[in-house]
Ligand binder design. Structure first.
Ligand SMILES: C[S@@+](CC[C@H](N)C(=O)[O-])C[C@H]1O[C@@H](n2cnc3c(N)ncnc32)[C@H](O)[C@@H]1O
Length: 304
């Protein structure tokens, strides 16, 4: 699962406003500052086009070969953390079905010193170490293309929601950049990232678990990822509401009865009951979702 993508093997030439040159074994990067931030990002990622033709050759569908719906690359210092969770269940199935092309890359593969250094002390002092910009800029230049969304994992990012996962599931390519130590040099945020995502208001040791959370949330939304009978439509958050209560057999378990309506066979009644339950549960447990429900074309607070 590890190793650089085919795109990463391409050579690029270097240009920079201040004649700065970033070089590495087998790679030279074209970097040019421009006025707008997005232009700068594009250039700083070194998205030169010389290699587009050979890269496209890999995309021409071979008869019988599965069509890839989404590509996700992950940049991390801990590739081994990803074995296991991404080789089970829905993610495994999506990968086997060719819906998801997932690759894990070691940030240290983009260093050039003997110690494969990725971190350094913060200017101005302070505790801990920061991820240096050079390896990350080099990796992003190597892995990102025109249709990539480069996402930093950061506690200070936008908090991941189902709404954001749905948005990400429509992308062609995600490049998830995991932080470690005290996080990133600010220039990575400013010049490379399209987005910064947090998985909640707490601090984890590094970005591997947050990346896996995002991969899971997004993969199950890819068309064809879920099996027959599985559906994302009825799940919590999909309509801005929590899921209604569910029961399975037996109808009477140790005297605990399943609500009569669910045994009635009256589908309109069942639908109404589920809707009321979902609204009541959301109102009670997560009233904040109702305030934001206008973003998901769903029930508004006044209706509830
Ligand atoms: C120890 S944390 C750094 C925390 C940073 N000093 C701060 O105060 O925001 C190291 C890395 O773990 C990842 N991380 C930790 N908590 C996270 C969260 N809640 N959401 C997303 N990423 C997180 C980020 O990639 C972060 O750069």
């Amino acid at each position: 699962m590890s190793g650089k993508s085919s795109v990463g093997k391409v050579e690029r030439s270097t240009r920079f406003d201040h004649s700065s040159k970033l070089e590495g074994p087998g790679k030279v990067f074209d970097v040019q500052l421009r006025s707008s931030k997005s232009d700068r990002k594009t250039d700083l990622r070194g998205q030169a086009c010389e290699f587009r033709f050979p890269a496209l050759l890999f995309l021409i569908p071979i008869a019988g070969a599965p069509q890839i719906d989404m590509k996700i690359d992950v940049l991390t210092l801990f590739p081994a953390m990803f074995s296991g969770p991404l080789e089970e269940s829905i993610i495994k199935r999506a990968r086997n079905r060719g819906l998801l092309d997932l690759r894990i890359h070691n940030l240290r593969d983009y260093t050039h010193d003997r110690h494969r250094t990725v971190d350094d002390k913060p200017f101005g002092g302070g505790p801990g170490m920061l991820l240096k910009p050079e390896p990350i800029f080099e990796a992003v230049a190597s892995l990102a293309g025109e249709n990539s969304r480069v996402i930093l994992l950061a506690p200070s990012g936008r908090k991941l929601t189902q709404y954001i996962a749905q948005d990400l599931a429509r992308c062609d390519h995600l490049l998830l950049v995991c932080g470690s130590y005290e996080g990133f040099d600010e220039r990575v945020r400013e010049y490379l990232a399209d987005d910064e995502l947090s998985i909640g208001d707490y601090v984890l040791t590094n970005g591997a678990l947050p990346a896996m959370v995002i991969i899971d949330a997004v993969t199950r939304l890819l068309p064809g990822a879920l099996g027959d009978g599985e559906s994302v439509h009825e799940e919590s958050f999909n309509h801005g509401l929590l899921e209604y209560p569910q029961y399975t057999r037996p109808a009477n378990f140790r005297g605990m009865q399943v609500p009569e309506v669910l045994l009635s066979g009256n589908h309109a009644e069942i639908e109404r009951w589920r809707c009321e339950q979902a609204k009541a549960r959301t109102r009670q447990r997560r009233p904040d979702l109702l305030i934001h429900s206008d973003r998901t074309q769903s029930t508004t607070q006044t209706e509830l």
